[in-house]
Design a binder for this molecule. Structure first.
Ligand SMILES: CC(C)(COP(=O)(O)OP(=O)(O)OC[C@H]1O[C@@H](n2cnc3c(N)ncnc32)[C@H](O)[C@@H]1OP(=O)(O)O)[C@@H](O)C(=O)NCCC(=O)NCCS
Length: 130
């Protein structure tokens, strides 16, 4: 198993590239409120998490791991970084996910998120200090 590192990144080209490997049609935004962490395995970028600071909360806008590197704990490491960041900022985390996205739902549930609203997408929330 290659060594995995997850670090905050502001390198827009690099972030764009790894996101496009996972979501080929994505157009990531880079405003002052957007924060990205990138996962690296053996020198290669293999995952990202995108957080947006919005109205006193952290919106978890997206997380993804390159297909060949899934189910090795990288998604979990990325969400842990988001939680650390939210804890530092003393903010709750919100996110939207499709009810059919089983891997993502399992991951978020495991990390202490609870379902707040249900329509055709689920809205999940992770409260501070719960
Ligand atoms: C969701 C995603 C980021 C998970 O990343 P990952 O690196 O494979 O996740 P991990 O290996 O850290 O697994 C953490 C937990 O997620 C859940 N999980 C991961 N893959 C799963 C799968 N194929 N089926 C069911 N649950 C799964 C499990 O609960 C797992 O915990 P466990 O290993 O103790 O069972 C990855 O599947 C992905 O990139 N999917 C495509 C993009 C996407 O849908 N992103 C989320 C919406 S923006």
């Amino acid at each position: 198993m290659k060594k995995i590192e997850v670090r905050k990144s502001t390198d827009e080209k690099r972030i764009f590239k790894v996101i496009r490997r996972i979501f080929p049609k994505a157009f990531p935004r880079f405003s002052a409120n957007d924060f990205y962490f990138v996962a690296k395995a053996g020198g290669r970028d293999v995952g990202f998490i995108h957080l947006i600071k919005k109205k006193g909360r952290i919106l978890l806008q997206g997380v993804g791991v390159v297909e060949n590197y899934r189910e090795r704990g990288i998604g979990s490491m990325l969400v842990d970084k988001a939680i650390d960041y939210a804890n530092q900022e003393k903010m709750d985390i919100m996110l939207k996910v499709r009810p059919t996205n089983c891997p993502a739902l399992n991951l978020y549930e495991k990390k202490g998120f609870s379902i707040k609203k249900v329509r055709d997408t689920y809205i999940l929330e992770r409260k501070q200090f719960t």
